[in-house]
Design a protein around this ligand. Structure first.
Ligand code: FEO
Length: 180
């Protein structure tokens, strides 16, 4: 069992991951509305990844015999008119999530909760990849600049991103991930 303090913070993190999914769902719609079909797809793939992040926390609380307490998910804000503005906002959000994960790790360390520390290590590694993905796309978009033909081709490239995580959690996220 994890401490009541960590339980509260992990429940909060479930909410943040669900918000992340909701934010990327909104970003997918913004991209779609501007004809950026590949980027729209990319963000929907990201939506699925965030659902896994949320579900892993949810399941961890249950595995530890703690309480899952779900809160309201905030409305995703932002009006994104360019591919660059979408990915800059995504990177800013991921940096916020990285900070939040680090705060959870700090609590686990302070409480000498080795199981939670080991569990959270997966997220620490995952966040490096999350930030790297956005950073690399921003670098490419900078090179593209105002070149709409290049953006058209890059959008097609981003459309190749596939869902590699489970999307059916009815048997539990851990079991679903083992099946992948
Ligand atoms: Fe769940 Fe994108 O961090």
């Amino acid at each position: 069992m994890v401490s009541k303090k960590l339980e509260k913070e992990i429940n909060g993190q479930v909410n943040k991951e669900m918000y992340s999914a909701y934010l990327y769902m909104a970003m997918s719609a913004h991209a779609n509305a501007r004809g950026l079909k590949g980027i729209s797809r990319w963000f929907m793939v990201q939506y699925h990844e965030e659902m896994v992040h949320a579900m892993k926390f949810y399941e961890y609380l249950q595995d530890q015999g703690n309480d899952v307490v779900l809160g309201a998910i905030e409305k995703p804000e932002g009006s994104f008119t360019t591919a660059m503005s979408l990915y800059e906002a995504a990177l800013k959000h991921e940096r916020f999530i990285t900070g939040s994960i680090n705060d959870l790790v700090d609590i686990a360390i302070a409480e000498k909760d080795h199981a939670s520390k080991a569990f959270l290590d997966w997220y620490v590694t995952e966040q490096v990849e999350e930030e790297q993905n956005d950073t690399e796309i921003i670098q490419t978009l900078k090179m593209i600049g105002d070149n709409t033909a290049a953006l058209y081709l890059y959008d097609k490239e981003l459309a190749a991103r596939m869902v590699t995580v489970p999307t059916d959690f009815s048997g539990g996220v851990s079991a679903a991930m083992k099946g992948k």
